[in-house]
Each structure stands twice: as structure tokens, then as C-alpha cells.
Design a protein. Sequence first.
Length: 180
Amino acid sequence: MASKGAFRVQITAHGKMSHSAYPELGESAIEKLLAALERLRAIELPVNPEVGPCTMNIGLIEGGRAPNVIPDHARAQLLYRLVGPSDELRKQIIAAIQGLAEAEFVLEIPFTKLRTVPGIETMVAKFTTDIPWLSSWGTPVLIGPGSIHVAHTEREYISKKQLHEAVELYCKIARQLLDS
């Protein structure tokens, strides 16, 4: 039915390094980044009635030099799961962090509507795939073995049974698509 898109954003804050015993001589990039992230978390993200809400994950935070140094740099990497175009969200991100940090828009894979095949159960893929890059071949069908619930974990796997069932399913779908 649909696959959510991915919108990766890097937020960078700059400060002024100083000795932590004299914080008034510095400007903490980490504190600026934390304030920027709080503003970003407060943005009301769009909801698509067919596929649900856009979501945001703060996946990585890094910065500073040592516990006794006011940090002069800090960075966070965020991933938004898109449910439509990103234009308005991009504007909201820039406005929210103005004066605190800068945004670099690193990657965008668009939200994609998918073709359905009669008799095959459908779902909304809350994850993102590379399938939008294959849309020049027509409306894509997204299907495959395994479970997204174990992807990117130490328990990631696909059973042999699931692989065999997938071959049968692919053949069934190919026959149905050729008949239509």
C-alpha cells in the first residue's frame, strides 16, 4: 500500500571552548544543541490518514572534547519517516533551530504509494526502501520474506522456510501481474 520515506538531517551547533571552571568565558555547543533538539521535538509532525504519522528519531549525538572543557562543537543526526512531501517540514526545522544550530539535509527518500496485488495481504511499511528509485518501471510492488521487527538487531534473520515461501509467492504474483 505505501512505504514511508526517509529524511536524514544533521544538526550542528557551534560554541566557544573554555575551561569548565570558567563557563562564563565559553559558550556550550552541547547546550545549544540540546535546546535545538527540544525545539525539534516540539514540532507537530504531519499525519497521513492512510499511513499514519511522520516520526522522528534522534539516532546519534556527539560533541565536546573533555568533561573539564566547555564544548565548542556538537552534532546530532536525526531521521524522519516521511508520510508525504518534505518541503514544509524542512522549513519548520530551519525555523525551529534558528539562532542555535544549523541543519544539513543529508538524504531524502520520498514517501511512496505502492501497487497492491489482489489476494495478497497489504500493510503500511513504516520503514524505507530503495523502491522509489525503481518507479520508472511502473508502480512498484514491495514484498519480501522476514520480519522488519528483527531488522538491524543482533537477532536479524530470515528462515529457510520463509525463503521457500517467498519464491512461491513471487511466482504467484508474477502470474497475477502477467494475467492483468
